[in-house]
Design a protein around this ligand. Structure first.
Ligand SMILES: C[S@@+](CC[C@H](N)C(=O)[O-])C[C@H]1O[C@@H](n2cnc3c(N)ncnc32)[C@H](O)[C@@H]1O
Length: 279
């Protein structure tokens, strides 16, 4: 994923909002819309053992690179990736943690899990990299199982963010770390934007502020909280100008509010890190 691509991997000419992966269907709940949309996206991709896919860790996506440096996956580590998608990050981690460690990905899209498992097989990593279909709010693991729980542009898609963070912390060993990057807001988001299913699914509509994230992380039992701001990259990563233009065409007062919010820097991106307290 390079910097011209958005968090959900669309082409540089498209925003998440415009891409096929984020078009709302007739599904009623927002969660169904998210599952279906990403399902379609993962089903359209083919498993690969190409060098490009294999070396995602060295690709130019600044928040991912920063997450990787924080994580420093090494021999014997147990790492969980929540919302693992096509599984590229989990596979890169599996190569580092080796046979004494474990890299586990969960995703609620069955198509994502199938693709990730095929990718693992093609690269001979099935014994280290495990993929399970599961919901981020009900992780199928006992307490204190992992050294790190990561997520990349996923918590913005989950409505009950506090519960998602509580679950991450529950499965971490004491001293283990949550490392995640996600879309954030720098001002209250206009209602028209919050209610747009396409924008929600495109990682934007469900975003909350950095302060709200930090507060939820503290409530979940994390300490040593650190944040790194990637807002300067957000405009290109998410093609925010395309989002603004789309609303501009609607010419309604509420649409203008959205355009102003987006153009004045209401949307940002950040890496967030926290450590589970020692017992
Ligand atoms: C924007 S994609 C990111 C995929 C991957 N982390 C990456 O960086 O390429 C979001 C992923 O999170 C998954 N997801 C969203 N909400 C979820 C939930 N509540 N439980 C499990 N997976 C979820 C989606 O199915 C999708 O695969």
């Amino acid at each position: 994923m390079n910097e011209d691509e958005s968090c959900c991997g669309t082409k540089s000419s498209q925003s998440c909002y415009e891409s096929d992966c984020c078009q709302p269907s007739s599904s009623t709940s927002i969660e169904d819309v998210v599952r279906e949309s990403y399902g379609k996206r993962w089903a359209s991709l083919k498993a690969t053992k190409s060098a490009q896919a294999k070396s995602r860790a060295s690709m130019k996506f600044p928040p991912h690179d920063a997450l990787w440096k924080e994580l420093m996956p090494r021999e014997g580590m147990r790492v969980l990736d929540i919302g693992s998608g096509s599984g590229e990050t989990v596979l890169a981690i599996a190569e580092k943690v080796g046979s004494t460690g474990k890299a586990v990905g969960i995703d609620f899209s069955p198509e994502g899990i199938k693709l990730a498992q095929e990718n693992a097989k093609k690269r001979g990593l099935e014994s280290i990299a495990e993929f399970r279909q599961a919901h981020a709010l009900e992780l199928p693991f006992p307490d204190n199982s992992f050294d790190a729980a990561i997520s990349e542009c996923v918590v913005c898609l989950i409505q009950d963010k506090q519960k998602a963070l509580n679950e991450k912390v529950r499965v971490l060993k004491p001293g283990g770390r949550v490392i995640m990057h996600d879309v954030i807001t720098w001002a209250p988001m206009p209602k028209a934007m919050r209610e747009d299913k396409g924008l929600y699914c495109g990682c934007i509509g469900g975003a909350v502020s950095l302060d709200e994230y930090v507060e939820m992380m503290k409530k979940a039992g994390l300490t040593n909280i650190k944040t790194v701001d990637f807002t300067k990259n957000a405009k290109r990563m998410m093609n925010l100008e395309a989002v603004a233009q789309k609303f501009e065409q609607r010419k309604a007062t509420s649409a203008q509010e959205v355009v102003d919010f987006v153009r004045k820097g209401g949307i940002g991106y950040a890496l967030l890190i926290g450590t589970k307290k020692q017992a």
